[in-house]
Design a protein around this ligand. Structure first.
Ligand SMILES: CC(C)(COP(=O)(O)OP(=O)(O)OC[C@H]1O[C@@H](n2cnc3c(N)ncnc32)[C@H](O)[C@@H]1OP(=O)(O)O)[C@@H](O)C(=O)NCCC(=O)NCCS
Length: 159
């Protein structure tokens, strides 16, 4: 595919407030709920970039850096780091905005790989990434290295 798209054409910011049904009995956000928000947000980036159906092929190990509590405001910033032929790596940075003073802390960072699929569920090409600056180039190269590790891990799981 010859088409190219820039990183800022598919960026997504989502915001959630943490409600009682999102938390455990101690008032902490369920990890699984945050993963759902991350996957949904990153999936929109992948669809915007490809304009195709996508499936989640991989979610890297997640570290929850800071607790997120009932009533907190959670901001997810998601953008595309890397495009292969049919796959895309999306990064999601999760910030906890304390409702009391508006301060923001990085609570979690996630890398997700999506694959665009055709009507038969087979991988199909997506637009290339138009790299505009050194930061984007660095992120692209780092994502390419992560992709190699993931594919090695996939082979280990399958063997
Ligand atoms: C993801 C899926 C489409 C890949 O199919 P496949 O036949 O293994 O595809 P291929 O080996 O041809 O790889 C296609 C692309 O996916 C990438 N890929 C495949 N598995 C991957 C993995 N585990 N992690 C990262 N990238 C992966 C390949 O690197 C390749 O990328 P490229 O085209 O950009 O180079 C297939 O495994 C699938 O449908 N999985 C289930 C997805 C799903 O249901 N997700 C929701 C889970 S709840």
């Amino acid at each position: 595919m010859d088409e190219e798209k820039a990183v800022d054409e598919s960026m997504v910011n989502t915001v959630f407030s943490v409600l009682p049904e999102d938390t455990n009995i101690y008032g902490n956000l369920f990890g699984g709920k945050l993963v759902e928000w991350i996957d949904r947000t990153a999936g929109i980036v992948a669809v915007r970039h490809s304009r195709k159906n996508v499936v989640t092929a991989n979610i890297d190990n997640l570290s929850f850096l800071e607790p997120i509590k009932l009533g907190d405001i959670v901001i997810l910033r998601a953008w595309i780091n890397y495009v292969g032929t049919t796959s895309m790596e999306i990064q999601v940075d999760v910030y906890n905005e304390r409702s009391s003073d508006g301060s923001k802390v990085l609570a979690c960072r996630a890398y997700l790989t999506y694959v665009a699929i055709d009507e038969n569920g087979k991988p199909t090409p997506v637009p290339k990434l138009k790299i505009k600056n050194d930061d984007e180039r660095k992120r692209f190269e780092q994502a390419r290295e992560r992709k190699e590790q993931r594919l090695k891990m996939k082979e280990m799981v399958k063997s």
